[in-house]
Design a protein around this ligand. Structure first.
Ligand code: F6R
Length: 615
């Protein structure tokens, strides 16, 4: 929810913190702040409600004294509204100590009452200030930042990444994490902490992942990781596979526009190294053949857009690997009593790898004896670390809040997984080689949709800028795409939108159709199933007869839709399972163009943050 950055080294920290926050702003953007220990050993702090630009302007007008130790925070409010006072850092110990925090401290009320009874007064409504005050108390008792910090984290319940520094100990930043992300960046004579590697990738691509319930102390020349009892722990090193330029807008009007356009590369990167001849072999899954053969059930768990990728994955894995697959929203999964055993494989899907609902579902599945595999886009994130195996999507950093390239990469990873599992289980049909060829052709075909339909769809959106509601229909693997098309539109254009399985129409939703109602219909190829195709064409006729304005997404050459469509968007011919990756592209462009026509910020839609690290 919030973005965190910490720096110790020889350079002035303010610019490093602000640049890091700019790259983390996707995580939260309702307020921001930094604290710096200056050359005189005094702690200076500035924080502002609003986007990072407000903080930048304030610092440009009244700079803080320069210093080389600092922490910075970009916030997405949980406890207390987005105000200057509630923004982080929070100070304690006569303002000599600063703390920033991501997550929710569940027992903050008890701790707050305890501190109030000792005479502490609070300035903000946040749970974070409670942690800061507690740290102030512990520091006064021990005079050592690391041990005081350890005492504090051991008292906190809930989810947190915390960073702290004290002006008595310049050149030291301490951090800790529980169910919330924190990574270390290793520089030459300088070190960094960040919510993710974007915070420091401009300066170093060498990183260390910190495990659950661990804390770290960084100085310019040392990094010490321990568990919450103070026992030394070996942190896992990794190299960041993308560079700073990948997280820049690079001339595009928005990150979302850039990320939509990057989909051919994102999908190609997901596939790279995972096809041998005409077979899919995912090297990371080496040694898991017995697991794939032994399972009798798959549950895919995820939230939001990732859960729609999961639905496509269900169709693909069932078809190729011949094993039953259920899709469960992660936040529903562990609050009932699902049937899970050691023959259940629970696959989690998460772009960020830190969505709290999904993380908790993975933990729950493991506790119940299931094997776990994650599909993730973020190296060093929590969910892959908590899983038995991981298939990274390698889509590169996704900055815009609305997921686009991560979604097509997630579907691609699930298609790969379905073909890999099918091969191992011996359940692939004779046509599998042509499926692998279709998979490899996807990047080029996505590029074709972008080249041929971008302008047409954007024009369509321009005409529809005053529309108050849009419906989306699909069948088979087109159904999840209808759901995704509706979600994209809702989240960035704030227009009411619903996605339905086309067959469900007559069971209720058709009552919504009135003259002029725009309805997108994702039409499956007649080459794969004449029956399913004809059913969708019938659905189109039903809504057209009631005055709907029908916008059809259909494969090239499908003439059956022409008499009933107001607009036709074409996608290239592909295999049945691969259509979603092509059909979603015009829907992403539509949502983006409509939001732009309404003058909205497509990258940072209201009320949303990129990664949802609270339940
Ligand atoms: C919508 C969107 C969200 C995420 C969901 C899960 O555009 O991005 O619905 O898909 O919050 O996030 P991850 O994949 O990071 O677990």
């Amino acid at each position: 929810m919030c973005g965190i950055v910490g720096y110790v080294g020889p350079r002035p920290s303010q610019d490093i913190l602000l640049a890091g926050l700019a790259r983390l702003e996707y995580r939260g953007y309702d307020s921001a702040g930094i604290a710096v220990i200056d050359e005189q050993g005094d702690l200076g702090m500035r924080k502002k409600a609003g986007k990072l630009a407000m903080l930048r302007d304030s610092l440009a007008e009244h700079p803080l004294a320069a210093g080389t130790t600092g922490i910075g925070h970009t916030r997405w409010a949980t406890h207390g509204g987005p105000t200057d006072v509630n923004a982080h850092p929070h100070l304690a110990d006569d303002d000599k100590l600063a703390v920033i925090h991501n997550g929710i401290i569940e027992n903050f009320n008890v701790l707050r009452d305890e501190l109030i009874s000792e005479g502490v007064t609070f300035r903000s409504e946040t749970d974070t200030e409670v942690a800061a005050a507690l740290l102030g108390r512990e520091y006064r008792a021990s005079g050592d930042l690391a041990s005081a910090f350890r005492a504090v984290v051991n008292r906190l319940e809930g989810a947190f990444t915390l960073l702290a520094m004290h002006e008595d100990q310049p050149g030291v930043v301490v951090g800790a994490r529980r169910n919330s992300p924190l990574v270390i960046g290793l520089g030459e004579g300088e070190n960094f902490l960040g919510s993710d590697v974007a915070a420091f990738v401009e300066h170093t691509r060498k990183a260390l992942a910190i495990g659950q319930d661990q804390m770290v102390t960084i100085t310019p020349s040392s990094v010490e990781v321990t568990d919450f009892d103070g026992n030394p722990v070996e942190a896992q090193p990794f190299d960041v596979s993308w560079d700073a330029a990948a997280a820049e807008k690079g001339g595009w009007p928005s990150f979302m526009a850039k990320e939509v356009a990057e989909q051919p590369d994102a999908v190609a990167n997901t596939i790279r190294g995972r096809v041998q001849g005409d077979q899919v072999v995912i090297p990371e899954l080496d040694g898991l053949d017995e697991l794939f053969i032994g399972i009798d059930r798959v549950i895919i768990t995820a939230c939001g857009t990732a859960s729609y990728a999961a639905l496509v994955g269900k169709y693909a894995i069932e078809q190729w690997a011949r094993v039953p697959v259920d899709v469960e929203l992660a936040h529903e999964f562990r609050y009932r009593d699902p049937v899970i055993g050691d023959k259940t494989l629970v696959i989690s899907i998460s772009q960020s790898g830190e969505t709290m609902d999904t993380l908790m579902a993975v933990k729950y599945a493991r506790e119940r004896g299931a094997r776990t595999l994650s599909v993730c886009n973020t190296q060093g994130a929590t969910i892959p670390r908590e899983s038995d195996a991981v298939v990274y999507t390698h889509a590169g950093p996704e900055v815009a809040v609305a997921s686009t390239k991560a979604f097509s990469a997630q579907i691609t990873a699930l298609l790969l997984l379905g073909l890999h599992m099918g091969r191992v289980r011996g359940s692939l049909s004779d046509s599998a080689a042509s499926d692998v060829a279709e998979l490899q052709a996807l990047p080029e075909k996505i590029a074709q949709v972008l080249a041929e339909e971008q302008e047409h769809v954007a024009q369509l959106a321009g005409w529809m800028a005053d529309t108050r509601s849009v419906l989306f229909l699909g069948r088979h693997v087109g159904y999840p795409i209808a759901l995704e098309g509706a979600l994209k539109l809702k989240e960035i254009s704030y227009i009411h939108a619903e996605g339905f399985a086309a067959g469900e129409l007559k069971h209720g939703p058709i009552a919504l159709i009135e003259p002029g109602q725009p309805v997108f219909v994702i039409v499956p190829s007649p080459r794969h199933s004449a029956l399913v195709h004809s059913k969708v064409v019938s659905n189109i006729q039903e809504i057209r007869a009631r005055g709907a304005r029908v916008i059809v997404i259909a494969e090239e050459g499908d003439a059956a839709v022409l008499p009933f469509a107001d607009e036709v968007i074409r996608i290239p011919l592909t295999g049945a399972m691969f259509e979603p990756v092509l059909a979603v592209v015009p829907l992403q462009i539509f949502a983006m163009a409509l939001a732009t026509a309404k003058g909205l910020d497509v990258d940072q839609p209201r009320n949303l943050a990129k990664s949802v690290t609270v339940e």
